[in-house]
Design a protein. Structure first.
Length: 243
């Protein structure tokens, strides 16, 4: 049952309160992480450092980069870690306007979407990074000393982490399509087009090399099949939504 209607001003005050909680959580976590920002950046760089020759190391071509790059990563890490808290605050804000059945689905999608997003980032860090950086190091031309810049590495790492985090949301999209009335078998028939689209998406989301593009496209295809499986199970037990 939907809770009693609230005035527009009440919603504005509630939204401000939720945003304030999120800002406080972000500031508090950032204050905790900031003194250790250099250590956290080194943790981010471990997959690359493990592949570099002993004569190579990370460098900074900008004097200020030694301060601002770890700071930027500390801020982004703080934001990434409080995503569940932000979603929880969003849930508390919209919950009174939802029926019980809608609340259950929103909660389920928020929880599963968060877990899939983090799973994608962990997959990128633990599987893709070592393979990708090993490939880059091994293909370095002779007489070239590889000295990656810390700013460039941060940009590349964040690009890959975000790409894999977002790409792992494919099952959620498949289930949503099934719930709004699109037949699961019809979605499955588009498999060959999805495979092509997966490689095209990987081409735009990852650096311009075959290794990282393949490492993103293949999990996308597997997640497509996982989404089909989940959609078939849900379709048998849940009526479609009226949009």
């Amino acid at each position: 049952m939907i809770d009693q209607p609230r005035s527009f001003i009440t919603y504005i005050v509630e939204l401000r309160t939720r945003l304030l909680y999120c800002l406080i959580a972000f500031a508090g976590l950032l204050a905790f992480i900031l003194p250790f920002s250099n250590y956290f950046y080194r943790w981010l760089a471990i997959p690359l450092l493990n592949q570099l020759p002993q004569t190579s190391h990370l460098i900074a071509t900008d004097v200020a980069a030694t301060f601002f790059v770890p700071l930027k990563f500390a801020m982004l890490l703080s934001f990434a870690l409080i995503i569940p808290f932000i979603l929880y605050q969003a849930w508390l804000f919209v919950m009174p306007a939802l029926y019980q059945r809608e609340r259950n689905w929103v909660w389920l999608f928020m929880l599963s979407g968060t877990l899939l997003f983090y799973s994608g980032m962990l997959f990128a860090y633990g599987v893709v990074f070592p393979l990708l950086f090993q490939f880059f190091v091994q293909t370095t031309p002779m007489n070239v000393l590889l000295l990656p810049d810390i700013s460039a590495y941060l940009s590349l790492a964040l690009q890959l982490l975000m790409a894999f985090g977002i790409a792992f949301e494919v099952p959620i999209v498949i289930v949503l399509l099934a719930l709004v009335g699109i037949d699961v078998n019809r979605i499955a028939q588009q498999r060959r087009y999805f495979i092509v689209a997966a490689f095209i998406i990987a081409m735009f989301l990852t650096p311009p090399d075959v290794v990282s593009q393949t490492l993103l496209a293949v999990p996308l295809c597997l997640l497509f099949e996982l989404g089909l499986l989940a959609a078939r199970v849900i379709a048998k037990n849940e009526p479609t939504w009226d949009i």
